[in-house]
Design a protein around this ligand. Structure first.
Ligand code: F0G
Length: 462
């Protein structure tokens, strides 16, 4: 018999949530301009907007917050964090920031000169924004399978070494600011890179003097996928796999609001003390003093404990990814097109296939996310043409192959029955998909437009 897993925790405190009426949600989505980012959380029943900063902390983390050292300089809590990052990720130099994008900003400013290129395995919104702002150009070198939602490739986050070599040949190694290597690639659907690929990229780059900087935001989930899928790692702990991943890099940016089990925080970590010196010089201008960056002492305490907790045993990540797979498999069973294999942090609905009657310019993923919200109060997020934004040179919409709605699962927050309710709603909307019409912009922000854009239904011809 296939035995069930269960969460390796029990619930000590609860936060009530309430169900709203359909009528209420219809009004709320209009008020929010059909953008789930603009909904009030009080109008949301099950919130799958993001796994970022939405974690439930443990009793140990809450206890740690009480002993936070709020000294402006040299706080004890900072040194605890340095130790935790060193023990778990292996990096010597820690630059604490308020969250991931703070680290991306600093990294981009110290490594990118105007005209540089930054090859990476699919863009992430804020990462690419900071790379472009520093005068660089992001070049996507992820394997082709990553852009195909139906491909069952076990490591869709891999970098295509031929594509990488072509970029290096075209621009020369000296114009490659660094390789931006994301673990468990968010916009590909939470898809991992293999250890063999991470090592091969690092070998290739270090021979040519090119730095490899990880976006290690979801590296624990990637490590778990390696344990489950890559030959030779089935008996290794997630902690040891994570150490090996980071050993093939020169540094990393991390949004601690994901793997690290806290509600706010992030860091840049590097090996080279000279790079760290440059980063700290900017840190004091943009984030805070080098021993707190953007965090309070108590935040650093909770983070240090979260970093240790996420890999203390493998049970945490097994149940975390297990819950995501549970939801994904229920949807697959009822024929809902989703990105496969099911990713580490969420289930990604294939809006292009679900709403085949809509053109990509009619924002199918945006419309689908709004329809699911109206059906049940479940909040997901568009990850398609709206998130991709416009090409800064041509001003044209980028048209990504992936037009997705992300249902992102917060860590340690919802139960299996919440997942059942979500699945039932998505199946209901899927069965009535022909009734969903397209959207058009009523307000389009210049930068990172998906956060604050507003939409209205496209007028139907009478
Ligand atoms: N890198 C990745 C892969 C991310 O997913 C995020 C954030 C960041 C960097 C930026 O970190 O939010 O702490 O500034 N992702 C969130 C999400 C917003 O919903 O996927 P941040």
């Amino acid at each position: 018999m296939n035995r069930s897993w269960a969460e390796p925790w029990k619930i000590k405190m609860v936060e009530p949530i309430s169900v709203t009426t359909r009528e209420h949600r219809e009004a709320a989505i209009v008020e929010a301009g059909y953008n789930t980012f603009l909904l009030k959380s009080d109008d949301v029943y099950i919130d799958l907007l993001t796994d970022s900063g939405t974690t439930a902390m443990s009793d140990r983390q809450w206890a740690a917050m009480m002993i936070g050292d709020e000294s402006y300089a040299g706080a004890r809590s900072f040194y605890k964090l340095v130790e935790a990052v060193h023990d778990v990720y292996g990096y010597e130099e820690l630059i604490p920031t308020h969250q991931g994008r703070g680290a991306e900003h600093i990294l981009s400013q110290i490594l990118i000169s105007p005209g540089d290129v930054i090859p990476g395995n699919m863009y992430f919104t804020t990462t690419r924004y900071h790379q472009e702002r520093a005068g660089g150009t992001f070049v996507d070198v992820i394997i082709d399978e990553a852009h195909d939602p139906t491909s069952m490739h076990p490591f869709k986050g891999n970098i295509d070494l031929d594509k990488l070599a072509a970029v290096v040949e075209e621009f020369g190694a000296e114009r490659v600011a660094y390789v931006s290597f994301e673990t468990n690639v968010n916009l590909a659907g939470g898809q991992p890179a293999s250890m063999a690929n991470i090592k091969a990229v690092y070998d290739y780059c270090s021979q040519r003097g090119i730095l490899v900087m990880l976006d290690a935001t979801r590296a624990v989930e990637n490590a778990y996928m390696i344990q489950q899928r890559e030959a030779g790692y089935e008996d290794s702990s997630v902690a040891s796999i994570l150490s090996e991943i980071t050993s093939y890099s020169d540094g990393a940016t991390v949004s601690s609001k994901k793997d690290n089990l806290v509600n706010i925080g992030g860091f840049l970590a590097v090996r080279d003390p000279e790079l760290a010196r440059k980063a700290r010089a900017l840190l004091v201008a943009f984030e805070g003093l080098h021993t707190y960056g953007g965090m309070a002492g108590r935040d650093m305490e909770a983070l240090a404990e979260g970093i240790r907790e996420m890999v203390r045993t493998d049970d945490h990540v097994r149940s975390r990814v297990g819950q995501v797979e549970y939801l994904g498999n229920r949807l697959i069973k009822f024929g809902v097109p989703v990105v496969t294999p099911i990713g580490g942090h969420g289930v990604f609905l294939d809006a292009a296939r679900i709403l085949e009657h809509l053109d990509q310019d009619e924002f199918p993923a945006q419309a689908l996310a709004a329809a699911i919200y109206v059906d049940s109060g479940v909040r997901g997020m568009e990850r398609g043409i709206v998130s991709a934004g416009r090409d800064p040179l041509t001003g044209e919409n980028r048209r990504p192959n992936l037009e997705l709605v992300r249902l992102t699962i917060p860590r340690r927050v919802y139960t299996q029955s919440h997942m059942d309710v979500v699945a039932e709603s998505v199946i209901e909307v899927f069965n009535n998909r022909e009734s969903i019409g397209g959207l058009t912009f009523t307000y389009e922000p210049e930068d990172l437009r998906f956060f604050q854009a507003r939409f209205a239904p496209i007028a139907q011809d009478a």
